[in-house]
Design a protein around this ligand. Sequence first.
Ligand code: SAM
Ligand code: ZN
Length: 272
Amino acid sequence: MTTVTLSAWLRCPICFLPLEPRPPLALVCASGHSHDVNRRGYVTLLSPRTRVVGDDAAMLDARDAFLSAGHYRPIADAAAELLPGGRAQRILDAGCGTGYYLRRVLEDRPDATALALDLSPAAVSRAVRGDDRIDGLVADVWAPLPVRDGAATAILNVFAPRNPEEFWRVLEPGGSLVVVVPDGDHLRELRERGLVLGVQEEKRERLLEALSSRFELDREIPVRTTLSLAPESVSSLIGMGPSAHHRHGNDPVEQQTPVTASVTALRFLRRD
Ligand SMILES: C[S@@+](CC[C@H](N)C(=O)[O-])C[C@H]1O[C@@H](n2cnc3c(N)ncnc32)[C@H](O)[C@@H]1O
Ligand SMILES: [Zn+2]
């Protein structure tokens, strides 16, 4: 990260003019609004009215433990297959979490650069760590994004909130949006035992509906497998999700447990 590469992605969240670097660690617009860049290499551009909170450190630790064990590697491979390769890509990861999927995607794109965006500063801090090609932005996906028009060649969005209008605006013409959503039976065994909350909705159908005016579906890859999880992996899987506040400290299962992983990775093309 440098303030130069970071600013090339960004516009001022107040007046929407492009942000330019001002040494040593600020970004400024032509109206004179100044935004400090964190020494860890990311900038926070949130409206003071933002109320929603992103994932906290405990959830991110659980996510990190689960993902680094490789259980979701086939999902990351599917996302990497769907994202465009070739010429220098500029990839925006919206709702990046720990940056696991973004790092996988960058593995086979040596000349790509990326912006890791999340509402959680702890998440963005982890996502930018250890790869100079990744810049970081703390922002709210539901608000007008402080990202320049057409700044991205592709957007990655894995198990995270979406803003179709803003994704359309920040993608260049012809750009791709790759989304991963859970299917109805994802984590079925844990759901049946009440270990993860809520009934899984048919997210694919809702996704197609929500994106239809701005994006057209181009290709999709279903990823279905039965994981065999050790008790501590089940704990991590539960801890990284929205039911995290229901944990009690002990592992919820005693032995190796089969768990269905069932998701769909979809590539959409931006409509003109
Ligand atoms: C289920 S996690 C997925 C993270 C990552 N893509 C992954 O799959 O490992 C959802 C992420 O979206 C972030 N998030 C939630 N609401 C958000 C919002 N309004 N704007 C930006 N990020 C948000 C959370 O902080 C969290 O990191
Ligand atoms: Zn401004």
